[in-house]
Design a protein around this ligand. Structure first.
Ligand SMILES: Cc1cc2nc3c(=O)[nH]c(=O)nc-3n(C[C@H](O)[C@H](O)[C@H](O)COP(=O)(O)OP(=O)(O)OC[C@H]3O[C@@H](n4cnc5c(N)ncnc54)[C@H](O)[C@@H]3O)c2cc1C
Length: 474
């Protein structure tokens, strides 16, 4: 969040009814404010949308357009409990995450040795233990120094493309993972050990086994969170929601002008949408368009997600077991960034689909769950383009990824066995957390958002995940 609310104002105006705007409104109502939400489109939720197919259990199927799950930190669990949103955990034995390399899925962290080879693995150990922190730059330089080129290519790049949709050369370390910016003179290992001993800084979630094991997904889809927030806000009697409405620039100008003190303004907008509003205000006020120009330079990542449904009978030995599989750029010939979500790994997300296999230590067996013949599983694939993708390409990519995941597909293949796809494309899905966004943050906090009573809160302001948004204090 950039900027500060003015606690003396008892009213707030939230522009943008995506998940960030709804969370902000909810927190403000909890703090005793009256709130108005203005949403440009005719629906709340923004990027988040759940298509419910064959409504009614046990055959219900859900296709998410964007967020699917989140890390269940104490704040997140409390938030879901307040909203009565039932969350399901990843099934036992299905928590694995994989990286595809040379046609085979390697589980993480267990398969790192196989992925990097003996020399790469020793190089990684050496760097984690000895490479000392330097002034932060982009994540490519950080990765090369602290993990080595091979580990950066095969581990860091797919991980970053899975979260930010962007390449490490374009991502700024301080903005994406501030905790990676270490103490001068320390290596990753020495700082981690220091943190463990002093316990002054929490262990990063990615390294904390307990936190990692608590990935949860709303049982009825991510949009149930949007619906629950909307219901709570309406029931509070202190929130008005205006759909299909943009604020008139004249109103914005008079009410945001220098003498205005009637309301807090929460701009729950991604950089391009904020840019449009700021540019209009700058024109009305006759001031230099410096802030809007900095917002205009912020690059956006285009993305397409495709949720694929297939019958479990497509798999000869059961559907793949694990949260998802990512594909490094170095794995040539693949257009897909990976399968982000395997819904069947979450209890109850695909009706009563794939039953979990017994937990086993064998990586090969661990990657497969046992199937019930007519159950259908869903897999959300991600592509780094918003251009339409031909169905045969999607099928080829899907089959190649699943085969590498240790699944033997029946001879019919998915084409003849319940194959169904639900694509969603955004030319501007997520902001690139790079130097241009950093410059826009600086311009924001020194200019437009310097005055109390105005804040910018969205996936462009540091909280790209829902967990980060939920944990933000207003
Ligand atoms: C493929 C994908 C997968 C993801 N997976 C996960 C995940 O598993 N877990 C997780 O935590 N996060 C995930 N995320 C990230 C998360 O979904 C987003 O960061 C989040 O939904 C963004 O919310 P937002 O409210 O900031 O923006 P948006 O959802 O873009 O909402 C902005 C809203 O503002 C409205 N608006 C625009 N202009 C105006 C205007 N002038 N006036 C009024 N309203 C306006 C828009 O219509 C929209 O409703 C994923 C994202 C993607 C793309």
């Amino acid at each position: 969040m950039i900027g500060k609310l003015d606690p003396t104002r008892k009213k707030s105006i939230v522009i943008g009814g995506g998940i960030a705007g709804l969370i902000a409104a909810y927190r403000l109502v909890q703090a005793g404010q009256t709130v108005q939400i203005y949403e440009k489109s005719n629906r709340l939720g923004g990027l988040i949308q759940t298509r419910v197919l064959d409504a009614g259990l046990p055959s219900m199927r859900l296709a998410e357009t964007a967020a699917h799950s989140f890390l269940a930190s104490p704040d997140v669990l409390k938030f879901c409990e307040e909203l009565a949103v039932d969350c399901v955990q990843v099934r036992p034995g299905c928590k694995g995450r994989f990286v595809l390399w040379r046609g085979r899925a390697r589980s993480l962290p267990g398969g790192i040795f196989g992925l990097l080879g003996p020399i790469g693995f020793l190089g990684l150990l050496f760097r984690v233990l000895l490479a000392r922190f330097r002034a932060p730059g982009n994540l490519r330089a950080w990765g090369d120094r602290h993990l080595g080129r091979r580990a950066t290519d095969l581990l860091l790049v797919p991980f970053l493309r899975g979260i930010y949709g962007a390449r490490p050369d374009d991502l700024n370390v301080e903005m994406t993972f501030p905790r990676l910016v270490g103490l001068p003179g320390h290596s990753l290992a020495s700082r981690w050990i220091g943190e463990k001993i002093t316990r002054r800084v929490k262990v990063p979630a990615a390294l904390d086994r307990r936190a990692r094991s608590k990935m949860v997904a709303p049982r009825l889809g991510m949009e149930s969170l949007v619906r629950a927030l909307e219901a709570k806000l309406r029931a509070s009697g202190r929130c008005e929601i205006f759909l299909g409405q943009e604020l008139d620039p004249g109103v914005l100008n008079t009410r945001l002008g220098p003498n205005s003190s009637d309301a807090n303004w929460v701009f729950a907008l991604p950089a391009p949408a904020l840019c449009e509003i700021v540019a209009r205000i700058e024109t009305l006020e006759g001031i230099e368009p410096t802030f809007s120009a900095s917002l205009r330079r912020v690059k956006q990542v285009p993305l397409t997600t495709i949720t694929v449904f297939v019958k479990d009978s497509v798999f000869r030995r059961g559907a793949p077991k694990g949260v998802g599989i990512l594909i490094p750029e170095a794995e040539k010939g693949r257009q897909c960034l990976g399968i982000l979500f395997n819904s069947s790994s979450w209890e109850g997300r695909v009706g009563e689909s794939s039953a979990p296999a017994k937990d086993t230590r064998s990586p090969a067996k661990d990657a497969i769950s046992s199937a019930t013949p007519d159950a259908r599983s869903s897999y959300t694939m991600m592509f780094s383009s918003s251009a339409p993708l031909p169905d045969d390409l999607v099928r080829r990519e899907f089959q190649a990824v699943l085969q590498s995941w240790g699944c033997r597909l029946s001879d019919d293949g998915p084409a003849n066995d319940g194959w169904e796809t639900h694509p969603t494309s955004w030319p501007r899905a997520l902001p690139v957390y790079g130097d241009d966004l950093r410059a826009a943050w600086d311009a924001a906090s020194q200019g437009f958002f310097a005055k109390p009573g105005r804040v910018w809160f969205s996936n462009s302001t540091g909280q790209i995940s829902l967990r980060g948004m939920i944990e933000t204090r207003f």
